[in-house]
Design a protein around this ligand. Structure first.
Ligand code: AHR
Length: 558
């Protein structure tokens, strides 16, 4: 049995052989591994807190991309689709239980093409603009490309977005345009949002847009992917721009949290060179460093660019299944590696990581409807990917201050699909709902000992940790989440709670016959959580983890 000590795994030769043999069902001396029980042991160390799990780790991202905003969120006040001031009511109702903490808008790549002034004032007089994504190569052939996805009517602007955030209880996070607007427009957008009622021309504009009181927007992104669609800057050039943009921004009593355009996955050079060039005056302005990490390398080789070489959302075999999860697990290396580089120039670690885009990304072909550009189906594989990503964020609760899955609705690893009067939630949605209890909890050190999974990657043997877990405590309630990565086999598990008496435990499970199980408009409830079974003896909870599943244990402490 391989002992997996998270985050650093160490394996002996014997454990490596046992793990590989176990996955293949080979008998070693002492009998076949899967006859051993329990095969997985998890220890929750109640007296070893890691840090508070920022609710902002449960953040979202909405971009003017395909059908995220128009159709997904915004149906218009005159629509026959039930709405709250133009916003899709079914979406708002569905989001309340997942407690969205923060929502990033309006992009993404779109943000560096967006002029915020287009989205204020009388909606009937707002300009129609060509969308950043109009020429994207991923458009399905049968999509109607003349609608708001291509020519944005700007009906959904700043106040509409802030109202959406309020309706679901989230903080707004605005991403400012650094590539194609001057620095002055950045602070004027801050002025429009936050200046006191009646104080400035822009405050009066806001009042005539229906919001006399300041919107008090705290989170501001300064450029997006400035190494790519945000301007193809060098880190040094971006650092100079960042300093120019942030040298003076009025605060109006709001402690602004500025987020810089961080690396593409674990690009250490981008971070080191930015921090060196930005220096004290630049770093001093930063609250968060925005890393982006997508899991899309299902074929095992590096993609040549961002739209080639991806696997399919529904049609996948064992290698692609495990490879996507391996890509997701690379988040842990990204966090520790970037943290190390940031610490070279910010030894007090005043700046935290904001992983403001993450999730799976598959090739086109499984969009819920043609106008949903970059829309993709979402299976139990994505559910497991979500859970293990959160486990990583929890383990590094001291380093990661925000994370935003891409994207909320109809795009990439979405929580929901919404089109005309049709609506469905995805397996990813259910994991957000199951994990919501972790928000604001004290993350506890959680050690996993389980066999590894052996699989074939590019015709060579590869290993993957079989179980991922994390836990948090809020008062007398302990929340433990367990992700079982194995494609096909269940696993008996024992979870020991050390340092706190357990009185009662309840299990909830998200599982299904096949890892390809998913929801659709026609079958919206094919995948949903069910009550699981577990037994508590002393401080040990015993349960069985189904294949490709997410399990939550809620434990009342004495
Ligand atoms: O989420 C889709 C796109 O992915 C975003 O616009 C961009 O920031 C990233 O490359």
């Amino acid at each position: 049995m391989a002992i997996v000590r998270t985050p650093h795994a160490r394996r002996s030769r014997r454990s490596f052989l046992a793990a590989t043999a176990g996955a293949a069902g080979i008998a070693l001396a002492g009998g076949p591994l899967r006859a051993q029980s329990p095969a997985c042991r998890v220890e929750v160390l109640a007296n070893e807190p890691v840090g508070t799990i920022a609710p902002e780790l449960y953040g979202h991202f909405v971009e003017h991309l395909g059908a995220v905003v128009y159709d997904g969120i915004w149906v218009g006040e005159g629509s026959r689709i039930p709405n709250v001031r133009g916003m899709r009511k079914q979406l708002i109702d569905a989001l309340l239980p997942v407690k969205p903490s923060v929502i990033r808008w309006p992009g993404g790549c779109f943000a560096d093409q967006y002029d915020w002034r287009d989205g204020v004032g009388d909606p009937a007089r707002r300009p129609v603009r060509t969308n950043f994504w109009v020429d994207a190569q991923e458009w399905p052939k049968n999509a109607n490309r003349t609608g708001p996805e291509s020519y944005d009517p700007n009906s959904f602007g700043t106040v509409e977005f802030v109202r959406f955030c309020r309706a679901v209880g989230a903080e707004p996070y605005l991403a400012a345009n650094l590539r194609s607007l001057p620095a002055q427009d950045f602070w004027r957008w801050v002025e429009y949002c936050n200046s006191p009622a009646g104080s400035t021309t822009l405050a009066r504009q806001r009042a005539s847009d229906g919001e006399p009181a300041p919107l008090n927007v705290k989170y501001w992104g300064v450029g997006n992917e400035s190494w790519g669609c945000g301007g193809n800057f060098t880190p040094e050039d971006y650092a100079s721009e960042f300093r120019r943009f942030t040298a003076w921004v009025p605060s109006y009593g709001v402690k602004l949290a500025l987020i810089g355009s961080g690396p593409n996955s674990d690009d250490r050079s981008w971070t080191r060179r930015f921090f060196e060039k930005a220096g004290g005056p630049g770093i001093g302005k930063l609250w968060g460093w925005g890393a982006h990490h997508y899991s899309w390398n299902a074929s095992g080789g590096r993609t040549r660019n961002w739209f080639e070489g991806k696997g399919d959302a529904l049609d996948f075999g064992a290698e692609q299944y495990y490879e996507i999860l391996r890509e997701a697990k690379a988040m842990e290396r990204l966090i520790t590696s970037q943290w190390g580089v940031m610490g070279e120039l910010d030894p007090q670690h005043r700046v935290k990581l904001a992983v403001d885009e993450w999730g799976s990304w598959y090739k086109s072909g499984t969009e819920p409807f043609p106008e949903a550009l970059l829309g993709q189906q979402n299976t139990l594989r994505d559910a497991v990917l979500t859970g293990l990503s959160f486990d990583i964020f929890h383990r590094h609760a001291d380093k990661v201050a925000m994370a935003n899955i891409a994207q909320l609705v109809n795009c990439l690893q979405s929580l929901c699909f919404a089109h005309e009067d049709k609506f469905a939630v995805t397996p990813t949605y259910h994991v957000f709902a199951m994990y919501a209890d972790h928000q604001g909890g004290e993350s506890l050190r959680t050690e996993v000992s389980a066999p590894s999974i052996g699989y074939t990657r590019n015709e060579r043997p590869a290993l993957l940790d079989r179980v991922s877990a994390s836990s948090s405590r809020k008062g007398n309630v302990l929340t433990i989440t367990l992700n079982h990565l194995h494609l096909a086999e269940a696993l008996p598990a024992e979870v020991s709670v050390r340092g706190a008496g357990a009185r009662n435990a309840v299990a909830q499970v998200l599982a299904g016959e096949s890892p390809q199980a998913h929801n659709s408009f026609a079958s919206p409830d094919a995948v949903k959580p069910t009550a699981g079974s577990c037994t508590l003896r002393g401080d040990v909870i015993a349960c069985t983890l189904p294949a490709h599943s997410v399990t939550k244990l809620t434990v009342q402490l004495g």
